[in-house]
Design a protein around this ligand. Structure first.
Ligand SMILES: [Zn+2]
Length: 403
């Protein structure tokens, strides 16, 4: 009787941990840790730069079949889909991204040095893809029946100019979009870090165009390079709030053809981010004004030249900002799961595939796939497999607690 009372006072979620089939699934994940690490390395060695994910997609489709997912397909956008039916049609999408933030031709060979493994995209997001497989295997191994149908997704287009095109298609256009009522992305490694806020990102390509001419003979004409530099200097002095975190970056400037020619063209790529949609709008307006003022200043300096620099800009990437509140059931389930696997939880904002579902009102979080890592998006990206099984365990528990 005392025991019953005690059990009744336990959170419903905590009772999950005592269910034999759940224990069986968790034990399976831990016991197969090395096999999952080997799978992660195998995935990472198949190159998959954004817009060139097809080869890795084909591999994941075969893996989805191997782990027993149903109706495996590669959709119109290039996403790999595999289903695990639940008691209802209502669907939770569990995703990890196929693409890596590197140019085609990058050497994806993984190498081991001491306790660390190195490889471009090895953690981001080959870890997430391996975790998808681990979770599907564990659910089947323990014959766990869920209420929701689970849709496993290895999606394209998360990085850079991919602009979330895979998840955007899945949830915005695909025939399955109406069934999906919740979304978990596995990205990054730390299972204690729960990304429930989507950082808004807007990227622009700015072009300046001028008359050109000889640097000496035509001195006095306005220069596209100088206009771009004026713009960059003004942006560099922008004041932005520390909270909500708001940032700017002139990431690329290219211009001109020769040192003794007045530049005819200049192109700059600018990245603006904020955790607050209102702050991002404010920053964007200031940025538009800055482009105009930079061209005006360059033209005013050379008013006598009779020729002008013109400017134009184009939005090349747009990721909406938004939040799955910490008291939302999905965020609470993820927090409970991360604590149950021994982590201290930190909620955080980032730009991930969850941005899109959050922006259209679907609860979404991004969770770590396990292990430790750093230097994502650089050739020095590393992964340490210490206790890596805790990643798939956490995600599995989050799914079950939410379900
Ligand atoms: Zn990633």
């Amino acid at each position: 009787m005392v025991l019953l009372l005690l059990l009744a006072t336990l959170q419903a979620d905590d009772r999950l941990l005592t269910r034999p089939e759940v224990r069986k699934a968790l034990d399976y994940i831990r016991a197969s840790d090395e096999a999952h690490l080997a799978k992660q390395v195998q995935i990472a060695e198949i190159p998959a730069p954004t817009f060139h994910e097809a080869e890795r997609a084909k591999f994941l489709a075969a893996e989805f079949r191997r782990v027993g997912l149903g109706r495996v397909e590669i959709d119109k956008q290039g996403n790999v889909l595999g289903w695990r039916p639940g008691r209802t049609e209502k669907t939770l999408a569990l995703a990890a991204h196929l693409d890596i933030s590197f140019a085609p031709g990058v050497d994806t060979k993984v190498r081991k040095e001491g306790g660390r493994w190195y490889g471009p995209g090895l953690a981001d997001d080959s870890r997430g893809l391996a975790a998808l497989l681990a979770i599907a295997e564990a659910l089947n191994h323990a014959a766990i029946q869920t209420n929701r149908t689970l849709l496993f997704v290895a999606n394209v287009g998360e990085e850079g100019m991919g602009d979330l095109n895979g998840v955007r298609y899945l949830l915005g256009e695909s025939p399955h979009r109406k069934r999906i009522d919740s979304f978990i992305s596995i990205d990054g490694t730390d299972p204690g870090r729960i990304t429930n806020g989507g950082t808004g990102v807007k990227r622009y390509r700015v072009s300046f165009r001028g008359p050109g001419g000889h640097s000496y003979g035509n001195f006095g004409r306005p220069s596209a390079a100088h206009a771009a530099a004026r713009m960059a200097a003004r942006i560099a002095d922008f004041e932005v709030p520390a909270e909500p975190k708001t940032t700017f970056n002139v990431g690329k400037i290219s211009s001109g053809t020769a040192v003794n020619a007045i530049a005819e063209t200049a192109v700059a790529e600018v990245d603006l981010r904020s955790n607050s949609p209102a702050e991002l709008d404010r920053l964007e307006l200031k940025f538009f004004e800055t482009i105009r003022l930079a061209a005006e200043a360059e033209n005013a300096r050379h008013a006598a030249a009779g020729a002008q620099v013109t400017s134009e800009y184009k939005l090349v990437s747009n990721r909406p900002a938004g939040l799955t509140p910490e008291d939302d059931k999905l965020a609470r389930s993820a927090k409970w799961a991360a604590e149950a696997t021994g982590h201290t939880v930190r909620f955080n904002h980032a730009s991930t595939d969850s941005n899109y579902p959050i922006s259209i009102g679907i609860p979404a979080v991004t969770l770590g796939g396990g292990g430790r890592s750093d230097n994502a998006h650089s050739l020095d990206e590393w992964f340490e497999p210490k206790d890596a099984w805790r990643g798939p365990q956490t995600v599995l528990l989050a799914i079950l607690a939410y379900d």
